[in-house]
Write a protein that binds this ligand. Sequence first.
Ligand code: F6R
Length: 616
Amino acid sequence: MCGIIGYVGKAEAVPILLEGLKRLEYRGYDSAGVATLEEGLVSVRKEVGRIDDLRRSIALNPIGGSTGISHTRWATHGKVTRENAHPHLDRSGKLALVHNGVIENYAELRTQLEEEGHLFVSQTDTEALAQLVGRAFDRSTERNQGALVSAVREALTHVKGTYGIAVVHAELPGLIIGARRGSPLVLGIGKGEHFLASDVSAIVGHTRDVVYLNDYEIAAITGEGFVLSTIDGAGAGYNVTTVDMSHEDVDKGEYPHYMLKEIHEQVRSVTDALRGRLSHEEATAKLGGLNMSNGDLRSIERIVLSGCGTAFHAAMVGEYLIESLAQIPTECEYASEFRYRNLPMTKDTLVFVLSQSGETADTLAALRESQRKGHRTLGICNNVASTIARESDGGVYMHAGPEIGVAATKSFTSQVTVLTLIALLLGRIRNLSSSAGSRIISELEELPAKIDRVLKLEVEIAAIARRYAQSKVMLFMGRQYNYPVALEGALKLKEISYIAAMGYPSAELKHGVIALVNPETPSVVIAPNDAVFAKNLSNIEEVKARGGPVIAIGTEGKGNELSLICDDVILIPEASEILTPILASIVLQFFAYYIAVELGCDVDKPRNLAKSVTVE
Ligand code: F6R
């Protein structure tokens, strides 16, 4: 949700900033801009569209300088126009600022500044902040690093909302000030150069030594060094982290899209989610990061799982898993609803928040609200340095590797894998027998090989997907563990192909949705060989009786029954029903991907979306 990168050192800033923006493009991609300091002036270039549009525009009208800030935007306040693209300037035209987040009281600030004679050129919330910092700096008699830090500090005391910002001033070449509250900001340490970025992926090509800023911290960076302080003026300590991520990890490699690359990474990502966490001896999962003894875990009476979008769908699978294996009443709550509901939670309720990025604003708010109410709140995150990972009371990392494609793929299967481990652990300290535990462990160990077999269905799935690509509406259905998979399949298709898609529990069809069934509306039915296979067959018959085409996802060995009535059948390997969501969801990822490609959609950057939604 907006990406920012700043560079200060000896090299030309623009190529470094454009390359970094390209890697941050998944965070927002409706417009972009760069500001550099050269010859006592701020030079700004902005363009509506993608980073490549900005690159072309700069090639025609170049700017130089070895200090610069830049931004790729996901619009919140103000339309997608060049004026609204960042960086924004103050009234002197000497100060430029880029911002990720939302200034909630911007209207009030803007009115006040306009009354003082400040003219605004954009409709953004950010411009008010640029003007505030500029006003504070211009009131200062000093023209040095300390004065600019103080101006940023002063301005931020007036601001309500969230921000990750970077600021430069024409009179102070070789200096960038960054600050964060609620939006991520990482400082990269190079040799004679430093960076500020929303995400390490933007800077790993230059350095792997980073400092993750905490909320309410300000960083002043120069080529030679950096100083951290807090917004209330105190000094701030820091830890230098060496990130375990390479340039290659964040490249597409041989694949045309990140989404396809990430679908193919699922053998490895699920293997990594399981690695070192299975104990044959005790027939259970080992999850040290929960920071809870078996006694603590035994006293849990209720579980709440919270997340957004795909993470919420994974949570729904988790509800089935935990209730079935551990018999603990479990509830899923959209993170965006969590803090606005009077959800009855007994003191023995354990809360999990799920987030790939670990930065989703709604999920972070749910985490904080849950902790405020005194509940132990654990995270299931992918990004180990994220705010949610750092603020939660413990948790389980997904270890899926960077997920750049805006549509979540491998994070879903890793979340479900982790939830299976949690359910197994909770089950084993309650009623689940060691033989049942051992069986689940063996099945989990076989899972990566089964995923590999699903990946080999790619060509077959692609051919089927192309045949249905012109549909205007599609229905997705599944029961039990695969009802959330139907929701996830529909979400994948909607977000990358813009086809209206809806997910339902199969049996719900006859309570209303069946009115939509006709020869132009295909239904995708997830019908593996599980306890409800026969019920799913009846639901398929109901669709076929009304002329609706059916694409079924079934299990090898049960294909004949499906082939007799369905138009197309895709067969996943035989697996325990608790693991079918992982295999079936991969089929649906391919299905959505190939439909979107057939329609010529921009798979990695679907319209109106951005990865990591850091605004409420
Ligand atoms: C869908 C998708 C989103 C995210 C949601 C939560 O493909 O990517 O629905 O799942 O925004 O994101 P995280 O997991 O980063 O909190």
